[in-house]
Design a binder for this molecule. Structure first.
Ligand SMILES: [Zn+2]
Length: 372
């Protein structure tokens, strides 16, 4: 089971750690403290190898975080929303919405990450230069971080999608052809070629005895290949949804409830018989909020009889809505950005329908079965 821990906020962006990150943190720290530093600096004692190993490892992951943070801050400046940054086994990932995408924006956003790694590398090179004849452990740490951040920048600039370099290439092709789908297809094909190169060189290394390294490289290749395929599929899906209107996605039927209904009545008369998880709450033709199973479960069962829907629903002020004129992409983005499962369709404050995640999925499935 994978778990994610929220460790704090930086510049208003949520920073998370996925449990898989512990594996890579352990591996990096261990190989620095037990292999790299002992080989390079055999005169240090064991304690110093570990101290500098742990410090270097922490600073390395802080550098990865800074790389993702740079992507995110540039994205925010361009009007995107960033849901958070998560460190995981293959590094870091920033969850950035794609509502205001344009080639020039994507170009800057993608380039910002590798540039930040280059800057970090330069800072550690300077630190290494200043400390090289004075404090050996500090200069050793600085040298390693200068090299690893430099490699990080170069690796990320490989022009295969979904790597940053692939995004840069995609932005260039996109602005030249005005065709995002073609641009993504090209960049992800190169991405897949790079991924296979990683897989084969990994396998080659495994057969040559460097099995741990080989396994790792093959693993990264596998991950890149998946990401390239998924990235292209997402663009195809967005392309499809651009032509779709909210009207085509909305649920064929939906039930509304009154605000003064008790939770017990809601469960007995609606949830169990209609098997829906969420209900818009309407009074005097005005949308008051949404009540979902989740809100009900937060109240102890003994209190269901006397608690009214209006006391526990998500009120109108905090609702995420769409209007009939919006397209499928807006719907998809709202689902993603706000992590909700249904969106009321409103005209002013009047409810005209509802669109659920499952409606979007079944629409896409039908379209792909019909081959359009
Ligand atoms: Zn990046």
């Amino acid at each position: 089971m994978r778990t994610t821990w929220r460790i704090g906020r930086l510049f208003g962006i949520e920073v998370n750690i996925d449990s898989s990150w512990l594996i890579i943190f352990g591996l990096v720290t261990w190989s620095l403290a037990r292999s790299y530093f002992p080989a390079q600096y055999p005169t240090w004692d064991n304690w110093l190898h570990w101290t500098i190993g742990v410090a270097t490892s922490i600073l390395f992951f802080a550098s990865v975080l800074a790389h993702e943070l740079t992507h995110s801050l540039v994205a925010i400046r361009q009007g995107e929303t960033v849901r958070g940054i998560t460190l995981f086994i293959f590094g870091g990932v920033a969850e950035i919405t794609e509502e205001h995408k344009q080639p020039s924006k994507e170009f800057l956003m993608a380039l910002a990450g590798p540039l930040s790694s280059l800057v970090i590398s330069a800072v550690f090179t300077l630190l290494w230069f200043l400390s090289r004849n004075l404090v050996e452990p500090i200069s050793a740490l600085a040298l390693y971080l200068a090299m690893i951040n430099g490699s990080l920048a170069i690796f990320n600039l490989i022009p295969g999608f979904p790597l940053d370099g692939g995004r840069v290439l995609r932005a260039v092709i996109w602005s030249l052809t005005d065709n995002l789908r073609l641009a993504t297809r090209t960049a992800s094909r190169i991405g897949q070629a790079v991924a296979y190169l990683f897989i084969f060189s990994g396998i080659w290394q495994i057969f040559n005895g460097a099995w741990l390294n080989g396994l790792w490289i093959a693993f990264i290749g596998w991950f890149l290949n998946n990401a390239a395929i998924t990235g292209y599929r997402q663009v195809v899906m967005r392309d499809m949804l651009r032509e779709v209107k909210v009207e085509d996605l909305k649920a064929p039927t939906f039930e509304v409830v009154r605000p003064n209904l008790t939770l017990q009545q809601l469960v007995d008369d609606y949830v169990l018989s209609r098997r829906e998880h969420a209900y818009p709450v309407v009074e005097d033709d005005q949308l008051q909020g949404i009540i979902c199973l989740h809100d009900v479960k937060a109240v102890p069962r003994e209190q269901w009889g006397e608690t009214q829907v209006s006391q526990v629903m998500t009120p109108w002020e905090r609702l995420v809505t769409v209007s009939a004129g919006d397209d499928g992409n807006t719907v998809l983005s709202r689902f993603g950005t706000h992590n909700v499962h249904q969106l009321p369709i409103v005209e002013g404050r009047r409810l005209t329908g509802i669109v659920r995640r499952s409606d979007v999925i079944s629409h896409l499935q039908l379209r792909s079965e019909l081959g359009s």
